[in-house]
Design a protein around this ligand. Sequence first.
Ligand code: CMP
Length: 154
Amino acid sequence: MISRYSTWRAVRTSAAIRLRFKVALLEKIPLFEELSTKETHQIARLVTEIKVPAGTKLAKVGETGGELFAIVDGEAVVRTKPGRTTVLKAGDFFGEMSLIDGQPRSATVEATTPSRLLVLDRRDFWHVLDGKTAIVRKVMQTLCRRLREAEEAG
Ligand code: CMP
């Protein structure tokens, strides 16, 4: 007979395995690469892993945005209002703009292949940025790069 103790231990073990798995996924994302092991474990507790089929719209222009997405596997296309497209690949993140300024989504982002992503909601996003200069720097650098590329594209 399975005792209550062994059931509880099995639940704890599977939670620990899921956490380790999420840590391994987070380690694939450059945004999170300069963190300590402790910080990576803290963030692993906050992120949700999702798997989506090709064609899934993960953000829609004009809608309220409440999450940051990081692509673990797969590809997505960003369609900005003037009809310009940008491809995002494994390791890239998106959805940060609405979290930062509270404005609606600036673009539609659609998975173009079956994809696995990590999702962080608004409150946890700010919690993660708090005191982690390496992440803040990377978010700012990405914003600058996207602005420059958009300017160059005209
Ligand atoms: P957000 O506006 O929250 O939702 C759409 C996301 O698409 C946006 O955040 C950025 O992460 C991303 N995005 C918007 N414009 C560009 C661009 N020109 N190049 C790459 N990504 C973009």
